[in-house]
Design a binder for this molecule. Structure first.
Ligand SMILES: [Ca+2]
Ligand SMILES: [Ca+2]
Ligand SMILES: [Ca+2]
Ligand SMILES: [Ca+2]
Length: 362
């Protein structure tokens, strides 16, 4: 088996090759792209006699899209959805979440990489650490990271450079919540302190710190990008009310939404694929997922799981929509229901493992 360091360098090299496609020219006449891959994709782009509707690129690499006075040749996005889409818990950067667990007993990450079907093993962390996977270096590959409560320290392995970093940010008892709050493509060090309901965000773009009281000690933190602008909002879910409080960092205001009951576990994420996180909860008592899609206000209820399953949603098929999923410790098996109602199952992990897809489910 290759060493872990070599493996990460290999990944970085692959990404560099992909990035080189970016240099191929795009040109032609009176054209405007108002939404690009960088901006989140989707939507309608048009200009002159050309329009691109709801796409982020060409169907196949190397093809030419022509319309009026404009042509696009082999854009960075030409490789298709897998290249252009950033999926959560995607440790090889192919746009699909990977079945992945952290094993507290040996402080080791075990990743079943969807690209090539290889397994990757990385000792990183201690039994009492909290896992905080995120894309801290912005290369679209999820980085393995842990938060050590006793030290208030984050330990991150950057996937792109295969280097490690230790950052002091937080106290014992804090919730570590890496999210891209400033929209620069990199996860920011974010913590929520339940004792005083205060958020502390270390923003990667400017290096500045943002501090805001928001939430009560009994709340559950649910930061996510609810409005689809590419920046995560600070947010809490209040079990006693079943109410979501979503803050706006720019204005300091907030909105509320009622969804879920006391005892539920928020499983926030983008299930409908419109770029905005949906209100979603998993009810352990009946193993049912309840979600409300923020684009259509469609209500989706689905029983999925059995008692003692661990909810572990991810985008396992890479279609840009979060799939409901559970890890069943008794069988050491994953059960996934995709947006197209396809069922995926995979034996991976052992009882006692924590799925990394469960890292931010409280
Ligand atoms: Ca993957
Ligand atoms: Ca990364
Ligand atoms: Ca950021
Ligand atoms: Ca947002």
């Amino acid at each position: 088996m290759c060493s872990s360091t070599l493996k990460w360098f290999t990944m970085a090299a692959i990404f560099c090759l992909a990035a080189d496609f970016h240099t191929v020219a795009q040109s032609g006449g009176s054209f405007t792209i108002t939404k690009s891959v960088i901006a989140g994709g989707g939507g309608q782009a048009s200009g002159g006699s050309f329009s691109v509707n709801g796409t982020i690129g060409q169907a196949a690499a190397g093809t030419t899209s022509v319309g009026g006075a404009y042509s696009v040749e082999s854009g960075f996005w030409a490789g298709g959805e897998g290249v252009s889409r950033k999926a959560p818990f995607d440790y090889d950067g192919d746009g699909k979440s990977d079945y992945s667990v952290f094993r507290p007993s040996d402080g080791t990450w075990y990743l079943a990489l969807s690209q090539g079907g290889t397994m990757y093993v990385q000792p990183w962390g201690a039994a009492t650490d909290k896992i905080v996977p995120g894309d801290y270096d912005g290369d679209r590959i999820t980085d393995m990271a842990v938060y050590r409560p006793a030290e208030g320290k984050w330990y991150v392995i950057y996937s792109q450079s295969a280097t490690i970093n230790a950052i002091q940010f937080g106290l014992n008892g804090d919730f570590p919540l890496p999210q891209d709050f400033d929209g620069d493509g990199r996860s920011d060090f974010g913590i929520w302190r339940p004792s005083d309901g205060t958020w502390y965000l270390g923003l990667s773009q400017t290096g500045s710190m943002y501090v805001l009281p928001f939430g009560l000690a009994t709340d559950k933190p649910v930061p996510a990008d609810y409005d689809g602008d590419g920046k995560s909002e600070i947010a809490v879910w209040r079990p006693s009310e079943g109410r979501w409080y979503v803050g706006n960092l720019a204005t300091g205001g907030f909105g509320t939404f009622d969804w879920g009951l006391n005892g539920d576990q928020p499983v926030v994420g983008d299930y409908s694929g419109d770029g905005r996180s949906d209100y979603a909860v998993y009810r352990p008592s009946n193993q049912t997922w309840y979600r409300l899609h923020t684009d259509t206000f469609a209500v989706v209820e689905r029983q999925w799981g059995v008692a003692n399953d661990i909810p572990a949603p991810g985008d396992f098929d890479g279609d840009g929509k979060l799939d409901i999923a559970v890890f069943r410790p008794s069988e050491a098996k994953w059960y996934v229901l995709t947006a197209t109602q396809a069922i995926l199952s995979q034996t991976f992990g052992v009882a006692g493992d924590r799925p990394t897809e469960n890292a931010f489910v409280f």
